[in-house]
Design a protein around this ligand. Structure first.
Ligand SMILES: [Fe+2]
Length: 251
């Protein structure tokens, strides 16, 4: 059993300086945000989901409340993902309910910390999105797994989420934690953003799994094809993985 104290979050990181960096460069990467042991345990928990949970079709509907019973593993393949402009993607996503699962304590602890950081940086209530009864939005805590053999997300800007949140006077900030390393989990492709100089900045390097990444979703970003020289395999732990906690509108 992992010691949850290993999920290191420096208080120093949760300040508004990081937002200045996002404003100036369009992104900020805080390396080694997670201890190696926490990354290892998080991936072990994810592997259980990968092996044991059924893979649902992209169009199959679920509610946030369903996640209290079990995480939901789904394909996201095609160009219509319901979040604004169409753009090509190929990945699998597993959604979790962080406050109500004993089975995945490390993943859930990390999700909870990411939510706290996002809410602190955007001046929201620290647990905003956790209360399904009274909050208008919920924290869509999920692992995005881009498999080897062509996992990708075409370059795009996030338009729907910022617009939706704006109506509720909630600031939009993209925040994620990388779980995979270039050179180990995958070799070619990977998540990127175009910075203020229009240079492509890859989020994953050989040395930085467990990075906290903040970026401006209004800037072009995406995931270049992962290891397209390999065969596509949705059951393999290979590929690119990252954790997200976007606010989704309750329906
Ligand atoms: Fe996006």
């Amino acid at each position: 059993m992992v010691n949850l104290n290993m999920i290191k979050v420096s208080n120093k990181l949760v300040n508004k300086d990081v937002l200045s960096s996002v404003e100036k460069n369009r992104y900020a990467i805080i390396e080694n945000w997670l201890e190696p042991e926490a990354i290892k345990q998080a991936k072990k928990e994810y592997e259980i989901c990968l092996k044991e949970l059924p893979l649902h079709a992209q169009g199959e509907k679920f509610q946030s409340i369903d996640l209290r019973k079990s995480p939901w593993r789904k394909q996201a393949i095609g160009s219509r993902n319901g979040s604004g402009e169409p753009y090509s993607q190929l990945l699998q996503s597993t959604y979790y309910c962080p406050e109500n699962s004993q089975k995945f304590p490390v993943l859930n602890a990390i999700f909870s910390r990411i939510v706290q950081v996002r809410n602190e940086l955007t001046d929201m209530r620290l647990d905003y999105g956790n209360n399904l009864e009274c909050d208008e939005f919920w924290n869509a805590c999920r692992v995005h797994h881009y498999p080897q053999g062509g996992g990708h997300m075409a370059g795009h800007r996030d338009t729907l989420f910022p617009d939706l949140l704006k109506d509720f006077k909630i600031p939009f900030l993209q925040i994620m934690v990388t779980l995979s390393s270039r050179g180990t989990d995958f070799h070619t492709g990977g998540g990127y953003i175009l910075d203020h100089m229009n240079q492509k900045i890859y989020f994953e390097t050989n040395i930085n799994p467990g990075s906290l990444v903040l970026f401006d979703g209004n800037t072009i970003h995406g995931v270049d094809d992962i290891d397209s020289n390999e065969l596509l395999d949705f059951t393999s732990m290979k590929g690119r993985m990252a954790m997200f906690v976007n606010l989704y509108k309750k329906i």
